[in-house]
Design a binder for this molecule. Structure first.
Ligand code: TPP
Ligand code: MG
Length: 618
């Protein structure tokens, strides 16, 4: 062994290096960047990485899960809740264990969230080929199942030599901690290489502190933005996830208060302002509030801050239609800043807001704009009350999603975090949930991946153990991925999960109807069946170790939530809901292409309406 080196396997060296990566913790002291490693072992990681992780449990704890996609969701949710300041590692066997994580990689990629994937890979030497689970490409000897990760990883490498980690790991860290490039990093780790020894320089294992850059905007772009704001009659800020990842909520709140510029929030940006901040109009877009969308459609200057401008935000590009409106995109990523013909201001949301404050000192938004929005604001408040209020005691109808959310909102504490991802609930949450504290709203709506909810809730709880975590999930998402209830029980983590059972894919059934389609293959009753399933979700959850029960109505739900709040462990509360109803107030058009020819009159009518609406797109 050479002086100043350590002879370790590549897996041992990797684990030691990962454990030495530091960031500044909440108390200002260095804290580990990686909170732990999720692992499901098999051939391809048990002998190599498994041995290394076992020996380093104090420095990098290992967590066992039940499904690779789910554990990756937990890891990604952890990073989202930690505002990208910390992350987790996920390792799998080769083949199916690895490809089970591809969906989660795409989720991290879309949402720009850091996660390190270490799927096992086939032998670098190729001597025992084809090994169990090797896919074998007939035309390319270098392809393995892990190539599926390439388009959904911000950085991909295949480790075929032990010394490659000396470069691959710092590059991985650079991507994970970069505000613009952030996303999934995949290091496909050949299983023979994991076990191979090499003399690693000792300084490869020295603690390294990573700082998060906050690049300021170009002074010219900033000055131009100030001129535009001062000239605007009807400016509107759209706050996206970038505001939260930059930790810029207070800067935004202060600027909005000082200038009176109204603020609307995307799914990822929701909670950037407390719900009762005087400038907060709430959600914008397809699932927006009446008042935010009124502002969006009349604004002459729309300033996106830290938003990807996905179609739900822009109403499929038909919402921001004020005469001669200008779109400005403040974003740390030049890719996002250039979208949809925007005037780009490339920089960190916090840095830009801080720079704007003195340049806008003394300026206030024209009073006429505030007056224009007063009536829609009052109307929205009424709509909110009507949608979320508990139904009358004698009501016969099943509760709506909005009534369930109203009950959950009333019962959770100030500091609670609500978690969701897919189905009808994210739209209702976006419109109706009132975020009391920063980080209190965790909805994955970049990939809107069914099955994220419960595993995600687990990751959120690990990121912020002191906060109560409330998962709201549809029956469809629950059935797709519920395995990590057992993991949460095993780890002794407290989670409250409300399952809204509307007996099928309610939101897609509504979408199908709205596009002229016949009810088909979404609700259980409309799908081919020999017997209509009657699924006992409470019994199912109880079998995984949760304290589970079904409630009959909103009053029963509120009582069960109150009980769960003072309890420990995993609580699952099931309630039957109406699949047909969603909140009609607010909202905006969403471009979902309707068939141009059809035997169904309803489809032809929907197509005619669709053709009309597409004329608003710009
Ligand atoms: C993995 C995945 N598959 C399919 C979809 C498309 N999809 C979106 S919502 C939905 C139905 C969700 O059903 P449920 O969880 O019961 O919620 P509900 O619509 O009834 O509110 C489907 C199939 C998706 N978002 N994610
Ligand atoms: Mg459902």
């Amino acid at each position: 062994m050479t002086a100043g080196t350590l002879r370790l396997t590549a897996a041992q060296a990797m684990v030691r290096h990962l454990a030495a990566q530091r960031v500044e913790g909440a108390d200002g002291q260095p804290a580990p960047y990686f909170a732990g490693c999720w692992a499901i072992f098999g051939h391809g990681n048990v002998a190599g990485l498994g041995e290394a992780l076992q020996a380093s449990q104090d420095a990098l704890p290992t967590y066992r899960a039940h499904n690779e996609q789910a554990m990756a969701h937990a890891a990604i949710a952890f990073a989202k809740q930690a505002r990208r300041r910390r992350a987790m590692v996920c390792t799998t066997s080769i083949g199916p264990g690895a490809t089970n994580m591809v969906t989660a990689a795409a989720l991290a990629h879309v949402n720009r969230l850091p996660v390190l994937f270490l799927p096992g890979d086939v032998y670098a030497t190729r001597r025992p080929d084809p090994v169990l689970q090797q896919i074998e490409d007939f035309g390319d000897g270098t392809v393995s199942a892990n190539d599926c990760f390439r388009p959904v990883s911000r950085y991909f490498d295949r480790l075929t030599r032990p010394e490659q980690i000396l470069d691959a790991l710092p590059k991985a860290m650079a991507v994970l901690t970069d505000p613009a490039a952030c996303g999934a990093v995949t290091l496909a780790f050949c299983q023979d290489v994991q076990a191979e020894a090499w003399d690693y320089p000792e300084d490869f294992f020295a603690p390294r502190l990573w700082r998060f850059r906050r690049p300021p905007a170009d002074p010219f772009d900033l000055a131009d933005l100030v001129v535009r704001i001062r000239a605007a009659r009807r400016p509107l800020i759209i706050a996206g996830g970038g505001v939260l990842y930059a930790g810029a909520e207070t800067l935004l709140a202060d600027l909005a208060a000082a200038t009176g510029v109204p603020v609307a929030e995307t799914q990822a940006g929701k909670g950037a302002l407390p719900w009762d901040h005087p400038s907060n109009l709430g959600a914008v877009g397809v699932t927006g509030t009446g008042v935010a969308n009124a502002a969006a459609s009349e604004a002459d200057l729309v300033i996106g801050i830290g938003t990807r401008l996905q179609d739900f935000t822009t109403g499929s590009r038909a919402l921001f239609r004020g005469a001669a409106r200008t779109l400005v995109q403040v974003n740390v990523s030049a890719h996002d800043a250039a979208k949809q013909g925007a005037v780009g201001v490339v920089g960190d949301a916090g840095a830009v807001l801080a720079a704007l404050a003195p340049l806008l000192a003394g300026w206030r938004v024209p009073a006429e704009w505030t007056q224009v929005l007063a009536a829609p604001a009052r109307a929205w408040e009424e709509a909110w009350q009507a949608a979320t209020a508990a139904p009358r005691g004698d009501a016969e109808a099943l509760p709506t999603d909005a009534q369930v959310l109203g009950a959950v909102w009333r019962q959770v504490g100030e500091d609670a975090v609500v978690v969701c991802a897919a189905g009808g609930l994210p739209g209702e949450l976006h419109k109706l949930w009132r975020v009391r504290r920063p980080g209190g709203y965790h909805v994955e709506y970049g990939y809107s991946c069914m099955g994220y909810e419960i595993a995600g809730g687990l990751g959120v709880k690990m990121a912020e153990p002191a906060r109560d975590v409330h998962v709201v999930v549809g029956d469809g998402s629950y059935l797709m991925m519920n395995s990590e209830i057992a993991t949460a029980v095993m780890l002794g983590l407290k989670l409250t999960i409300t399952v809204l059972d509307n007996r099928g894919y309610g939101c897609i059934n509504r979408l199908q109807r709205a596009t002229g389609g016949a009810p088909f293959n979404n609700l259980l009753a409309d799908a081919r069946h020999a017997a209509l399933p009657v699924i006992d979700f409470a019994a199912h959850a109880a079998s995984l170790g949760a304290a589970a029960r079904k409630v009959a109505d909103i009053a029963g739900l509120e009582a069960a939530l109150a009980e769960a709040r003072s309890g420990t462990g995993v609580h699952v509360i099931v309630i039957d809901t109406d699949p047909a109803v969603s909140t009609a107030a607010g909202g905006a058009w969403w471009d979902v292409a309707v068939p141009e020819v059809s035997d169904r009159a309803a489809v032809r009518q929907a197509r005619a309406a669709y053709d009309e609406k597409t004329k608003d797109q710009r």
